[in-house]
Ligand binder design. Structure first.
Ligand code: SF4
Ligand code: FES
Length: 250
């Protein structure tokens, strides 16, 4: 395939960026989108140009790093996959592809397609953990009965990879889908009960401090989430928040 790429180039957070056109040729339909980007970067390096900066790590859909808008859609045109799982067979020979970074006030661009998502880390640090005995006389996790339905819902919430597509897709820049997945993951399990109330209060407080917007039930986050995290988690987090706010000391 021969393709025209319109790639967002921005030298730093403080400098203005712009779309720059590149041509790539002989792209195999079996390549992943990131491998196609590698081809572009080899070409740029060979010609003495600055390669396009983009985040990536696992390249198998588990780390959440490969975050970018492709033709205006988070992680590209296919649902339930990350950019690294997107294959070039989803495009046609001669296509023009627009490639841009996440656009959200809480995720400033560092360079080109890389954004600073450390706000997510700080929200996670505010409550995304459980207290367990690590003395060596620990209780086997399997010794604690968990209803199958709760275990399934918790597992589904835990598949959130923190990519930030929900924030970037939301017109309000809301992080509610991400935060609610983290809150739900623990609230549904016996192991998460110790910090249950502090967790939701502290994570929501930090989410607001970091400049994320409010949820207005548009639902774009759920559509573009590569892990199909359900809006039900936001409803659960709102219930958790309400209960914790009424009696935070219990
Ligand atoms: S909820 Fe979905 S879109 Fe948001 S960070 Fe988690 S995996 Fe990414
Ligand atoms: S590189 Fe890890 S999810 Fe894509």
């Amino acid at each position: 395939m021969n393709l025209t790429l319109k790639v967002w180039r921005q030298k730093s957070t403080s400098e203005q960026g712009k779309l720059v056109e590149y041509k790539v040729s002989e792209i195999s339909e079996d390549m992943s989108f990131l491998e196609m980007m590698d081809v572009l970067n080899y070409k740029l390096i060979e010609s003495g140009d600055d390669p396009v900066a983009f985040d990536h790590d696992c390249r198998e859909g588990i780390c959440g790093m490969c975050s970018m808008f492709i033709n205006g859609e988070a992680h590209g045109p296919n649902r339930g996959v990350t950019t690294c799982q997107l294959h070039m067979r989803s495009f046609k020979d001669g296509d023009t592809i627009y490639i841009e970074p996440w656009r959200s006030a809480a995720f400033p661009v560092i360079k080109d397609l890389m954004v600073d998502r450390s706000a997510f880390d700080r929200v996670q640090q505010a409550g995304g953990f459980i207290s367990v005995n690590t003395s060596g006389r620990t209780l086997d996790a399997n010794a604690i009965p968990v209803p199958k339905e709760d275990a399934d819902k918790s597992f589904d919430a835990a598949t959130c990879i923190g990519c930030g597509a929900c924030v970037a897709t939301c017109p309000n820049g809301s992080a509610m889908l991400f935060v609610s997945a983290k809150v739900s993951q623990y609230a549904l399990l016996p192991q998460g009960q110790v910090e249950r109330k502090e967790r939701v209060l502290n994570m929501v407080k930090k989410m607001d401090e970091e400049g994320f917007g409010n949820c207005s039930n548009i639902g774009a986050c759920e559509v573009q989430c590569p892990k199909n995290i359900s809006l039900d988690n936001i409803a659960r987090m709102n219930r958790e928040y309400l209960m914790a706010s009424i009696k935070p000391e219990n």
